[in-house]
Design a protein around this ligand. Structure first.
Ligand code: ATP
Ligand code: MG
Length: 486
């Protein structure tokens, strides 16, 4: 640490361009919401992160130990066009102080390159911003091996902003998610089957600013249930953790059996979707939610014809949004891969395949009406009555109970724990403890001695299950267990 100047990592948030073109009231409301969301998000990381709102930006100042974590969250938060990183240096009063500081931090970047210095200034100094540019530029030119200053086409642009006595050196620029701040566009209920489609559809909804709840119809399959819960939690934690949402499980096993009894084979698939929609509509009404979201896409599979989608829709009056309607499967998978749900989707077990064998592609309205009349709706009522509503941050408790990795409650001296929490403190235990935050786990785990078994530790045992299973499935590591103190 340098004396007489305080250094911290600073992030400057630029709003999504569609926010900036809104009218004053809408803009203010959106910026306030984003500010509120970021307050929550940063508070979850550390109460030492300071956040400040301006008409054209939000600034977060963060002790450097939390900056990796904060950067990751900022880049996952809807409503942000750009994230600029800056080094903030206080008590800068003279050009001489400024040139030395800028050179100290930026000398490396201009090595063997042409460069230019661009400065902005706010406050009462006895020099202008052009003086900053000239003084810093001249000093850096004299003290480094560069290809010289180039005002028109520099390879490197050094950006500095002086606000009164506070100097900001812009070091990096990232593109954010875009979209609207979560909570500005109402609430939706997403039908989650956990594959590529429904996870991408949910992500797009969140990114557009919609508070997104999840509903899962359990057709009978514990593994499917765990998978959907995990991926829903993952999505929420990554893109929507500023808001609390619900996860609803509807036991649909009996509904499926009843479909087999009452409905003729080609119409089973359409019927199942209609019943899911009916149940979702009820649940949406209870949650006071405006619309449903599905991962359906026109012509993706033979059952998703325009005609069939229409037949499905006909069963209810609720607005059903299908954000993937016209997207191709490769494009959907590309997004899934970018947002990290691909690995969940690939591992998602198949369910109830029978129902989608040889489905009708061009279903007739009268036929569906007739089929529908044959169905015993008391079974559906019962399923809806038995639906379980949970807060999304509680669903993982169930996952822990049914997780696939062995859970160890008591430790031996010879055990090795990996503390995967992102917080800087390390677990105190009567055995060896390694500290590898979960985001480094993939990279670091393979460097460990592989003839030993490792116990993953986190706050609830959930992240351990999730990341341990991932290492196991994706990278074929078998020497992993979960440590959960009793
Ligand atoms: P996905 O890739 O999302 O798993 P899919 O390609 O398997 O979907 P379908 O089975 O036809 O396609 O399902 C279409 C949509 O219906 C899904 O994207 C999802 O929104 C909804 N859906 C299907 N099954 C379920 C379920 N068991 N629970 C909740 N929603 C479901
Ligand atoms: Mg699909």
């Amino acid at each position: 640490m340098e004396e007489n100047s305080v250094k911290t990592q600073k992030f400057i948030i630029k709003y999504f361009t569609e926010i900036m073109i809104k009218g004053e009231t809408a803009k203010r409301q959106m910026i306030n919401q984003l500010f509120f969301n970021l307050q929550r998000i940063s508070n979850n990381i550390s109460s030492d992160i300071k956040i400040k709102k301006f008409f054209d930006k939000i600034e977060l100042v963060c002790p450097s130990e939390f900056s990796d974590n904060l950067r990751e969250k900022l880049l996952e938060t809807p409503g942000i066009q750009q994230v600029l990183e800056a080094i903030q240096i206080d008590n800068m009063h003279t050009l001489d102080e400024i040139k030395v500081e800028v050179n100290k931090h930026m000398a490396k970047t201009i090595e063997d390159k042409t460069f230019v210095v661009r400065a902005k200034r706010v406050g009462k100094q006895d020099f202008k911003s052009t003086h900053i540019e000239q003084t810093v530029g001249g000093y850096m030119l004299a003290h480094n091996k560069t290809k010289g200053v180039d005002l028109k086409n520099p390879e490197v642009t050094i950006k500095v902003e002086l606000e009164h006595a506070q100097l900001n050196i812009i070091t990096k620029k990232h593109y954010g998610l875009g979209g609207f701040p979560l909570g500005t566009q109402g609430e939706v209920l997403s039908l989650m089957s956990g594959g590529f489609d429904s996870t991408v559809a949910s992500y797009l909804a969140m990114k557009r600013g919609l508070k997104t709840h999840f509903v899962f119809f359990n057709l009978g399959g514990v593994a499917h249930e765990i998978g959907v819960k995990q991926v829903s939690w993952y999505l929420w934690n990554k893109f929507g953790s500023s808001h609390r949402v619900s996860f609803i499980t509807v036991p649909f096993e009996d509904v499926v059996s009843q479909i087999f009894k009452d409905i003729s084979a080609p119409y089973m698939g359409v019927m199942l979707k209609r019943l899911m929609l009916l149940a979702s509509e009820k649940i949406a009404q209870n949650l006071n939610v405006d619309a449903l979201i599905t991962g359906e896409s026109v012509a993706q599979v033979s059952s998703q014809t325009l005609k069939n989608l229409r037949l499905i829709d006909d069963v209810s009056n609720i607005l059903v949004l299908r954000p993937l309607s016209f997207m191709s499967k490769p494009d959907i998978i590309e997004i899934a891969s970018k947002i990290g749900t691909k690995r969940f989707a690939e591992a998602m077990p198949e369910y109830c395949g029978v129902i989608s064998q040889h489905p009708v592609t061009n279903g007739s309205f009268t036929r569906v009406e007739k089929e529908s009349k044959a169905f015993d709706y008391s079974v559906l009522e019962e399923a809806i009555k038995n639906a379980k509503v949970k807060n999304i941050d509680e669903v993982l408790d169930d996952v822990c109970k049914v997780g696939t990795l062995e859970v160890v409650n008591n430790l031996n001296e010879s055990d090795i724990i990996i503390d995967i929490r992102q917080s800087s403190d390390t677990l105190n235990a009567p055995c060896k403890v390694l500290k590898i935050p979960f985001y480094d786990l993939k990279k670091e785990f393979k460097k460990l001695e592989q003839d030993k078994t490792y116990l993953l530790y986190c706050d609830k045992g959930v992240m351990s299950q999730l990341h341990g299973q991932y290492l196991k499935d994706e990278h074929k590591f078998e020497n992993i267990k979960v440590y959960r103190p009793k």
